[in-house]
Design a protein around this ligand. Structure first.
Ligand code: NOJ
Length: 572
């Protein structure tokens, strides 16, 4: 059957104008500044390091970069604890370095998205310091969520909420005279007090912060904990478990990353995004916002990308589906249904700085399992199988219409560091859970640029803030560049084809009902991802454009082995 003759039922998503706004189909590369490239030599990546390596990203063929936070911060949560939203932390450079980075990226045709952390500040932010110094009931305290404790002497936290990093979500303060005082809320670490978004001053301040960075030329914002800023009135007790990465038992959820407690996904958050949208719309150049919102089902998530709110929302249901054909198929379909209903693009993602990299996750005996970090003594992934599946999953993702995020190093096929010694760990989740959760350090290890250089070329001195696994030498960028069949060259070829074939603005039609084979047409390209055990035959004479691994069969009648994705030319 030719594609034009397919029944309409096979059509899941319609193509759109490729000349539409960039964020509808862009591939955006996540830079985690402390681990991307170090120019200063102190072993921690920095902004000049990023600028010096932007050519790599242009050559790779991405459209934009998103930078995780580089603002002034005591680094209690690797910069997601911001002490000054308008300053660059000396660890990463200066404001002039940020300007230079933005300018160089734009010269190379890359857009720049920066991180905005509005749910909480650092406890070292001037506002929080002023709040501690001020009396209960003061305007200073009203910018945060301070409450009296329960119990006869206020010795119990105001409610039973737990922190996402472990332990209680409340910390008691000490008054200037040394007596125990009120408690403050922190959904994350105690050094990350939650802001009170009912307070108009907080709202006004963040609009100014948006303008500050928009005026400096950024093209957009990734909004941290976008589902958490507004809490249910009265802060009622809740017996659920607050989590960023674990599952939910909600039958309605596609794969389980929902958070339904009174601290998440409250209707009030949408008013904030509507206000921000009007700010962005005042600027030229299609500035955009992407929501980091662990919300399910997908129809709830789609509310964040209604036409007058944000532009994109990370599709964590896709990430969470792991290597599971039926689950991925369901997520792909449900994502288009939900997002098309509000006219938004779907925003695919497989890895980021909060999750075990997909090359490691997919090498676990349960390739849908998402542990919060892997360490010595834990099940170690099968590296070869993990990489094979990861490459297949990446080629599946990049063949889908919509936008996609690539986490630094996934283009090299990097796994996590899964044997990091616990004494090197820095993630607050490791400490707040008493080591029960290993935390996220394993996916944050400095990138390997040069296989033969000390520190694999991450820094001019060879210093790296976390050690790199020895096997990473082979995965270094310089070893993969120009090597046919390398993961880097696979990504580069995929991004080039995605661009020339306009796949980001393309359509999606299923060509197969086998739940373990995702076979679909996107414009003139047919993507076949084999998630099953058996080889999948391709029609005779198929023109293979790109494959995630060696194919079977013959040149005339190729087959797709298990854990392999292939892009072929649609037959007329
Ligand atoms: C989500 C960020 O991605 C994560 O790294 C951070 O710890 C939390 N939000 C808190 O800001």
């Amino acid at each position: 059957m030719t594609i034009d003759a397919l029944p309409d039922a096979a059509l899941v998503h319609r193509a759109e104008d490729p000349a539409g706004p960039w964020w509808r189909h862009a591939v955006i590369y996540q830079v985690y500044p402390r681990s991307f490239a170090d120019a200063s030599g102190d072993g921690v990546g920095d902004l000049p390091g990023v600028t010096a390596r932007l050519d790599h990203l242009a050559e790779l063929g991405v459209d934009a970069v998103w930078l995780s936070p580089f603002y002034r911060s005591p680094q209690a949560d690797a910069g997601y604890d911001v002490a000054d939203y308008r300053e660059v932390d000396p660890l990463f450079g200066t404001l002039a370095d940020a300007d230079a980075l933005i300018a160089r990226a734009h010269e190379l045709g890359l857009r720049v998205v920066v991180d905005l952390v509005p749910n909480h500040t650092s406890d070292e932010h001037v506002w929080f310091q002023a709040a501690l110094a001020a009396a209960p009931g003061s305007p200073e305290r009203d910018r945060y969520v301070f409450r009296d404790g329960r119990g006869e002497h206020g010795e119990l936290p105001p409610n039973n909420w737990g922190s996402i990093f472990g332990g209680p979500a409340w910390t008691r303060t000490t008054d200037p005279d040394g007596t125990p005082g009120q408690w403050y809320l922190h959904l994350f670490d105690s050094k990350q007090p939650d802001l009170n978004w009912e307070n108009p001053e907080v709202r006004a301040e963040f609009e100014q912060i948006l303008r500050f960075w928009l005026d400096r030329g950024v093209d957009g914002f990734r909004v941290d904990v976008a589902h958490g800023m507004v809490k249910q009135a009265g802060l009622p007790d809740w017996d659920g478990h607050v989590t960023m990465i674990e599952g939910t038992d909600d039958a309605d959820a596609v794969s389980g990353s929902g958070n339904h407690g009174p601290m998440f996904d409250q209707d009030g958050v949408h008013e904030i995004y509507r206000a921000w949208r009007t700010v962005l719309d005042e600027y030229d150049g299609d500035r955009a916002m992407v929501a980091e919102a662990w919300v399910e089902p997908l129809s709830r998530l789609a509310r964040y990308v209604r036409p007058d709110e944000m532009h994109q929302a990370f599709n964590f249901a896709f990430l969470a589906a792991g290597w599971d054909g039926p689950a991925l198929r369901r997520v792909v379909e449900a994502s288009f249904v939900a997002n098309d209903a509000v006219g938004a693009p779907t925003t695919w993602v497989l890895s980021n700085h909060d999750t075990v990299r997909h090359a490691s996750r997919m090498g676990l005996s349960d390739p849908t399992h998402r542990p919060n970090g892997i360490g010595q003594g834990d099940e170690q992934p099968d590296a070869e199988l993990g990489l094979r599946r990861a490459r297949a999953a990446s080629l599946l993702m990049l063949g889908l219409p919509g936008s996609a995020y690539v986490y630094q190093g996934e283009e090299l096929g990097l796994p996590d560091h899964t044997a990091l010694e616990d004494h090197l760990r820095q993630d607050p989740a490791f400490f707040r859970t008493g080591g029960v959760e290993r935390g996220r350090d394993g996916c944050r290890v400095p990138l390997p640029w040069e296989g033969d250089a000390p520190g694999l070329g991450f820094s001019p001195t060879g210093a790296t803030w976390l050690p790199q696994p020895a096997e990473w030498a082979e995965l270094a960028a310089d070893r993969q560049r120009g090597q046919a069949g390398s993961t880097y060259e696979m990504y580069r070829a995929a991004l080039a084809l995605r661009r020339s074939e306009q796949l980001g603005a393309g359509d999606l039609r299923w060509l197969d009902e086998d739940p373990h084979v995702l076979r679909f047409a996107n414009r003139d390209v047919v993507v076949v991802a084999n998630l099953g055990e058996d080889e999948v035959a391709l029609p005779e004479g198929t023109e293979v454009l790109l494959a995630s691994g060696p194919l079977g069969g013959t040149a005339q009648a190729p087959t797709v082995p298990a854990a392999t994705t292939v892009w072929t030319r649609a037959q007329a």
